[in-house]
Ligand binder design. Structure first.
Ligand code: ATR
Length: 267
């Protein structure tokens, strides 16, 4: 059996769970897979990717901070990657890279499949307006939510994200300091990197929470602790980190590369 070469690029990358997840999928499917974690700085990313391609690399995941750079260097991209302006999955086609973004569908599958949430008709608060937020916003709208309110520390980025969705009635921006006036939400998503950098406590108005509120942090592990601690203290019905989303987006990438969708429950 010939070995297929894949990798995940990021910085930092040492703690990435992607190699383990893809190894488990490949084992279950009987595919001989070599999936490496490659650390690359923003300056080195493009060259590292070319070196990987020259070494028979045929598919790659891209994580922080390279998702926008990956989008820019693709020859072709899917429409969902275009709406996100970011790519997390690369597929080699001839001499070029084709880019997709499976983050949004990964989040929606985790929320609806694993956690049994019905997103239709729900009000959703998205905290943050960087790459992670842009990756998931289109898929949430496509899943039939009622309204997406985007709040960001720098308000102009929240405005830009809401505008980019092209649905002025459904995707709107709000001031972080004005969240108290926004009512309550059935779903609150932390897409900020606050927990990754300073570890300081999260503080948001309790008025955002109702008896049905689910809170999800797109980060996983330690980086998700401050937001999830707030969510529990605020009385959210359910709160969890982004590990389930990570597994689901990996399954979507795996399907693009290998043509089969692995069973994510085992992983
Ligand atoms: P990512 O790819 O993880 O989204 P990013 O594009 O650098 O990374 O975006 C980081 C996000 O976290 C931004 O929304 C950022 O807010 P600003 O646009 O105002 O910078 C947000 N963020 C980072 N630290 C934060 C903090 N301490 N409090 C609130 N938001 C924070």
């Amino acid at each position: 059996m010939s070995v297929v070469h894949h990798a995940v690029f990021g910085q930092p990358i040492a703690h990435s769970q992607s190699p383990r997840i893809h190894a488990a999928f490949a084992k279950a499917q009987g595919i001989a897979l070599d999936y490496r974690a490659i650390e690359a700085s923003p300056q080195d990313f493009a060259a590292a990717l070319e070196a990987f391609a020259a070494d028979d690399g045929v598919g790659a995941n891209v994580t922080l901070p390279h998702k926008e750079a990956a989008f820019a260097l693709c020859a072709t991209t899917t429409s969902r990657a275009q709406r996100a302006g970011a790519v997390n999955t690369l597929l080699r086609k001839g001499e070029r890279w084709h880019g997709d973004n499976t983050d949004g569908i990964g989040l929606v599958r985790d929320l609806t499949g694993r956690h049994g949430l019905d997103l239709r008709g729900r009000r959703v608060l998205l905290l943050g307006a960087g790459g992670a937020a842009r990756g998931v916003a289109p898929a949430l709208l496509d899943a039939g939510i009622l309204e997406l309110v985007v709040a960001n520390r720098s308000p102009e980025r929240a405005d830009a994200l809401a505008d980019a969705m092209g649905e002025p009635g459904r995707a709107i921006s709000a001031y972080w300091d004005g969240l108290r006036e926004q009512g309550d939400f059935e779903l609150i998503i932390n897409a900020t990197s606050a927990g990754r950098s300073d570890g300081a406590a999260f503080s948001l108005p309790l008025s955002l929470v109702n008896s049905l509120t689910t809170a999800v942090d797109l980060n996983y592990g330690e980086a998700a602790i401050p937001f999830l601690a707030w969510a529990r203290a605020a009385g959210c019905r359910n709160s969890f980190d982004g590990l389930g989303m990570l597994v689901e987006q990996a399954a979507e990438s795996f399907q693009l590369w290998h043509g089969v969708r692995p069973d994510t429950n085992e992983v």
